[in-house]
Write a protein that binds this ligand. Structure first.
Ligand code: DGI
Ligand code: FE
Ligand code: FE
Length: 192
């Protein structure tokens, strides 16, 4: 992989994210790097995907929607009702256009970091899990257990996080994106 200047990426992100989101971003980037080490896969890719996963998070809903319309990025009915979900799609777009990332695996890790998807790549799993366990995350069921599991069995940690997330969404009567449900169904099935 071409060497990418992560310092430049961090500088830009510091400007376009609020302080709390920037801290979370660094937490995810370093946690993803550690998970990459643990799984003997590319550390730089994990670092970059972690840095960029929430790059569209602090953008207004109006702006996210207007970017999607302008760039022909399809908005589903569920995203229309819950535009915060769009930060993953818009984030993937910005990672390519603003940050010049062309590695499809990194772009997919950003695109699917919120809902997951069936049959995720190792990098996609790493970013998804790192987003949940990073040191700054405070409110999630059994965080110490999931954190420990993540470094022993990434797939089991992924499944646990999917279960917790689906349970939480049901408890709050939140609208569930079909992709979130499909991901859960796929990994629950693969457990059997
Ligand atoms: O951007 P972050 O807060 O770091 O993390 P994220 O992008 O993974 O978003 C996490 C939130 O997204 C969490 O509260 C669960 C929620 N979420 C995940 N899938 C769905 C969802 N919310 C709705 N309404 N529907 C979903 O399918
Ligand atoms: Fe996010
Ligand atoms: Fe995040």
């Amino acid at each position: 992989m071409k060497t990418i200047n992560t310092k430049k990426i961090r500088k830009k992100l510091e400007k376009q994210l609020d302080a709390k989101r920037y801290e979370h971003t660094l937490g995810v980037a370093y946690t993803a790097s550690a998970l990459a080490m643990c799984n003997q896969t590319d550390i730089d890719r994990a670092l970059i995907a972690g840095l960029l996963h929430d790059c569209a998070k602090c953008m207004s809903n109006e702006k996210k929607i207007s970017i999607c319309k302008k760039e022909d990025i399809p908005i589903t009915k569920i995203e229309e009702k819950n535009p915060f979900l769009l930060h993953a799609k818009v984030g993937r777009y910005l990672a390519e256009k603003q940050f010049h990332i062309h590695d499809e695996d990194i772009l997919n890790a950003i695109l699917y970091h919120n809902t997951g998807r069936p049959d995720m790549s190792l990098l996609e799993k790493i970013v998804y899990v790192a987003d949940y366990i990073e040191p700054g995350r405070k409110h999630a069921p059994d965080l110490p257990g999931v954190r420990s599991l993540a470094f022993q069995n990434l797939d089991l940690a992924l499944l646990q996080i999917l279960k917790n997330t689906l349970g939480y969404l049901h408890d709050c009567n939140a609208v569930i994106d079909p992709m979130t449900q499909e991901t859960y169904d796929y990994y629950v099935q693969s457990e059997k």
